[in-house]
Design a protein around this ligand. Structure first.
Ligand code: ZN
Length: 324
């Protein structure tokens, strides 16, 4: 079958609140991009129609013949190759959705679908901290914790697309409950959500802090990680302890990742990484205390350089990878 030369790809970052779309050239340079509210509450069909509409919109005058691939990053596990999305927690009413097949039918173009944290690792590999390296671990720390692993230049997917769930490695088997149902996962002990919850727990246990009155049984959701970081910055002892607790746990998780994957570099992104300067010394200490000596110093741990575009750039990177 004869193919026109590929000139462009489209990347879509389908988040629970924002739907972002980018048109990129074959070097991965974003030519234009757009963002609209996902309006996830309207349900599956409306959101998928919105994705298709955004792809058509971003194409504008680009000849379809030159567009080779559309790739969509979704906040859920994805079956590799088939592009089936499994129960995105932030997209109500989705269940199990053959997104690749639906969009290919709708757009008449090849569509690739990837997990958002996985494709973020691709972005970091092609455009960020992992450029020029073969092996990379990417960890995103925000309300939850996700990850992606690049091994010999390829995304590690596992047999069912479920590889590199770094957020659900156990850090403390008797630790706090994780949304996944387990106890003491990294996500339950270093995510933004867990930082707020731990601060609330310590307040409820009687610790004093500018974050709230001692003994308040405030629901964890009422304390944002951002507020804990601000309080720590202003010298609040409880907040500093909680930040150190989370950073040390993250360091333990990253040490495990070093031992498992022996990457060239580990990149950390997500909203919590905005507090990098506060977190990094403790992350480093955990690694030095815990990693086997040959690992600790040869694997740099750096902050992601791609900010909140990492998912969108990851979708672009996935589209380019699928474009031969
Ligand atoms: Zn978990």
């Amino acid at each position: 079958m004869h193919h026109e030369p590929a000139t462009h790809v489209v990347g879509v970052d389908l988040g629970g609140t924002r739907l972002r779309t980018a048109l990129a050239d074959r070097a991965g340079k974003v030519i234009r991009q757009n963002a609209v509210p996902t309006q996830a509450e309207e349900g599956r069909d409306a959101v998928i129609a919105r994705v298709a509409g955004e792809v058509r919109g971003i194409l504008g005058t680009v000849a379809i013949a030159g567009l080779r691939t559309v790739a969509v990053a979704v906040p859920a596990p994805v079956a590799p190759v088939k592009g089936i999305v499994f129960h995105p927690p932030n997209l109500p009413g989705w269940g199990e959705v053959p997104l690749k097949a639906i969009l290919e039918e709708e757009l008449r173009l090849p569509v690739a679908v990837g997990n958002d944290a996985n494709v973020a690792a691709l972005a970091e590999h092609q455009f960020g901290a992992g450029r020029g390296h073969s092996n990379l671990v990417y960890v995103t720390v925000s309300t939850g914790i996700g990850g992606g692993v690049i091994e010999a230049g390829r995304l590690l997917l596992g047999s069912h697309g479920g590889a590199a769930e770094i957020g659900h490695m156990t850090i403390d088997m008797n630790g706090p409950r994780c949304p996944c149902g387990n106890h003491g996962c990294l996500e339950a002990m270093a995510s933004g959500t867990s930082i707020g919850r731990e601060a609330a727990r310590r307040l409820a246990a009687g610790a004093r802090s500018i974050l709230g009155a001692s003994g308040d049984a405030a629901p964890a959701e009422l304390i944002a990680a951002e507020a804990v970081f601000r309080a720590a910055e202003s010298g609040d002892a409880l907040a500093k302890d909680v930040v150190e607790w989370a950073a040390y746990n993250l360091g333990v998780g990253l040490t495990n990742a070093m031992h498992l994957y022996d990457p060239d570099v580990i990149a950390v992104g997500g909203g919590v990484s905005n507090a990098w300067d506060m977190l990094y010394p403790t992350i480093r200490r955990a690694i030095e205390e815990r990693a086997m000596p040959s690992y600790a110093h040869r694997i740099p741990v750096v902050r992601s350089q791609l900010g909140d575009s990492v998912g969108l750039l990851g979708a672009v990177a996935l589209a380019l990878m699928e474009t031969t």
